[in-house]
Design a binder for this molecule. Structure first.
Ligand SMILES: Cc1cc2nc3c(=O)[nH]c(=O)nc-3n(C[C@H](O)[C@H](O)[C@H](O)COP(=O)(O)O)c2cc1C
Length: 264
């Protein structure tokens, strides 16, 4: 039987009153530490009141030292939990589930002069890769404490995880590279540990259908990755046309990242 857009639907651990989902949209309205502004509460309150079936928050960084762009929400510290609890409470009042899009713009290593420098996957130590995994898992644990119904692991749009799984960027020769399985090892490790620590959360991944760049993740490999995620217990997948990377937005994001870099 054909399903209708305004019909209720059950996904793992969540119930949607209709099938309209607000896809993650970075609003640039958080404080530098990831704290929420009155504007953030207003935007999300209005979205929920509008009757959407589910909301996925904008890009929420899992690390404090992620300087990729300004105004990102963050779930990188326990002290932020009450502010996010207030957000989920006001959305839940409208009978609307909400997922936090947990993400990392880039990995920044602290260098001896005290500044932070963006480090690409090829140049990271295994210890640093594990630090990223822990940051994602800890953010999911905080999301659960803050009342979110689930998390979306952002592995799209050429941000950190998207770059890590892309053959264009990741040329590592160790267990975190070499082939598809190696490049998605970190993503799978994040998934396993989030499932273990927060079994009640709906866990979804956002992934590019293709990087739309030569030597990048293509449709065939993206499909393989989606199948592997399904085998390993993902609850749902949002397949993206990588819109933000191929459109002018990428240049805006890059320019912002460079401007922030220059200030440090
Ligand atoms: C202003 C703006 C901000 C966005 N912020 C995010 C974001 O924080 N996280 C994300 O995954 N996608 C973000 N997107 C991308 C959209 O969610 C969506 O993926 C994109 O418009 C392309 O659609 P598609 O994914 O169906 O190809 C943003 C898009 C716009 C226009």
């Amino acid at each position: 039987m054909m399903k209708k857009i305004f019909e209720q639907v059950e996904l793992n651990h969540i119930s949607l009153k209709n099938r309209l989902v607000r896809s993650a949209t970075w609003e640039g309205i958080a404080e530098p530490d990831g704290g929420l502004t009155e504007e953030a509460y207003k935007i999300y309150g209005e979205l929920a009141k509008g009757g959407v079936g589910m909301i996925i928050t904008g890009f929420t960084s899992v690390m404090t030292n992620d300087f990729y762009f300004d105004g990102m929400m963050r779930l990188s510290k326990d002290e932020l939990i009450p502010q996010y609890r207030k957000l989920t409470d006001l959305i839940h009042r409208e009978n609307c589930p909400v997922l936090s899009q947990i993400a990392l713009g880039g990995y920044y290593r602290r260098v001896p002069d005290g500044r932070y420098r963006l480090v690409e996957p090829d140049d990271m130590t295994v210890e640093e890769i594990h630090e990223v995994k822990d940051a994602f898992v800890n953010a999911a644990v905080r999301a659960e404490k803050a009342g979110f119904d689930g998390v979306q692991i952002h592995a799209a749009h050429f941000f950190f995880l998207s770059r890590f799984i892309s053959p264009k960027v990741n040329h590592r020769a160790d267990e975190y590279g070499k082939d598809t399985e190696g490049r998605i090892r970190l993503l799978l490790e994040i998934l396993y540990e989030i499932k273990e620590k927060t079994p009640e959360l709906h866990v979804t991944v956002k992934i590019n259908s293709s990087d739309f760049t030569s030597g990048g993740l293509n449709e065939e490999e993206s499909l393989v990755v989606c199948k592997r995620l399904a085998e390993e217990g993902i609850d749902s997948i949002e397949v993206s046309g990588n819109g933000t990377s191929v459109s002018g937005i990428l240049y805006v994001v890059r320019a912002l990242a460079e401007a922030i870099d220059a200030r440090m």
